[in-house]
Design a protein around this ligand. Sequence first.
Ligand code: ADP
Length: 328
Amino acid sequence: MTRVFSGVKPTGHLTLGNYLGAMRRWAAVDQHQADALFCIVDLHALTVDHDPARVRRLSRQAATLLLASGLDPEVCTVFVQSHVDEHARLSYVLECVATDGEMRRMIQYKEKAAREGARGGSVRLSLLTYPVLMAADILAYGTDEVPVGDDQAQHVELTRDVAVRFNQRYGHTFVVPRATHPKIAARVMNLQEPTAKMGKSDDVGPGIVYLLDEPDIVRKKVMRAVTDSGRDVAYDREGRPGVTNLLEILAACEGGNPEDLSGVYESYGALKKDTAEAVVEVLRPVQERHKELCADPAYVEGVLRSGAERAREMARPRVDAAYRAMGL
Ligand code: ADP
């Protein structure tokens, strides 16, 4: 059976981008078609300035939202990265395979390091080595497929390179995984700044729709989305990023093709109205289930505990094998 691994960082409240780009497919497809693991990657949340209590709170919230989005712990494994020591254990030996140059080429590193620098802060070493820990997350489980948004393509590519290099040097140990991306909404853009990704780690802003936003807040944010100077509704990622983003969101929520939808609308107002309602409807069941789950924290706790046990059992033999192969 295909092994699937993917994760979310508890660095902020989960967004519509996380949902349409990744989580929705995990629940609808991956957990049923594969032996799938979904991880709250909390170690990754420590790579930038963080508040310990907030990370703990956001980890629990992310776990609750993953379950609310339809992940079924009877058919897949949901767990928290720091509960399974194998991730950090494997990461160190992979650091002895990856290179400094590879790390410095990562787009996310360059962007985030620049942002930390601009804030006057120092860049944590873990921000540079982050992709190696991500490679460890994936490789520890013999993962075949990594369902992610477009923004993670470069990190999965690096994971492949590290796996191939390790296997060549030390003998076949790791499966070489591949990324899969959704056809529509692989990169949901910020509604106020449609040339930038809608990212949860960014500052709270009116351009980000959070999964727990009330319907009226969603409507307000979508109705105020920045559109383009043209007047017709055209699908064009380069020339019309704002309108194209709305078409992508609408198509992802309702089904259908964003290019076809562009022919249906004569005004930006009508497009925004339908997009807002479509988003509200997509989020409604997730929010309802989230509310129920919040009333039963012991259940979520139990899911994470047994998820970590299962994950540990799956990861340990391969991580042990990697240590042996490297001479430890
Ligand atoms: P973030 O950038 O929000 O901190 P994470 O690194 O936690 O995201 O990513 C969780 C998943 O959500 C990943 O698969 C990532 O590719 C996906 N994702 C994040 N932002 C977006 C977006 N704006 N559009 C599509 N997918 C996204």
